[in-house]
Design a protein around this ligand. Sequence first.
Ligand code: SAH
Length: 221
Amino acid sequence: MLEDEFTAIRNRMVDTQIKMRGVDDPRVLAAMQRVPRHLFVPQPLWDQAYNDYPLPIGEDQTISQPYIVALMTEALELQAGDRVLEIGTGSGYQAAVLAELAAKVYSIDRLASLAEKARQVLAELGYTNFQMRVGDGTQGWPEEAPFDAILVTAGAPQVPRPLVEQLALGGRLVVPVGDRFSQTLTRVRLTRDGVKFDYLGGCRFVRLIGKYGWQEGGPEY
Ligand code: SAH
């Protein structure tokens, strides 16, 4: 497939999967139109990269459905000057969308093989406002805190406390919270009057494994 064809399919993805489901922040839509999602999935899956579902990226992990990426990105209410932390780099696709919209993106994955691949793709695409590390993201990135926005792209049993503590005043944390099979997309906002919660609908993510997430090898529920 030629680059022009990918661009046409990508525009169609934004119109039919994202706009039509109600995501209408123009900056988010423009970012999703720009980032070449196919480069973040294994080459045999390029022709499926713009379809309406998640895809495997190796190590039993998945790149999220495009609509979920758009929904979570919109929920972060990013400003151009924001510093953002992502937990769960995976393919690096969500990080690229964030890097289009914010001043600086920090991302953590616990799996070095995925992190390395993501780092390469983001570098090849020329994102210089992106930094990542390998480790347990449930503990956040204290040396770089506070963050204006934090996004967790794996399902947590509860809101990881260190992430709330690493929010700037006015900051937003978006995290799927629930059991192994389904979660509720939860937004935590740090205000002068304390933390406020919004619930943005159901979703299904792979597990967040770490000190403030699920235990590795623990029961599958
Ligand atoms: N945002 C990714 C999709 C993430 S899939 C994308 O755009 O492709 C979930 C990722 O979370 C996996 O790569 C998994 O390794 C990672 N993960 C799970 N628990 C984690 C933890 N405690 N810290 C950091 N990454 C974690």
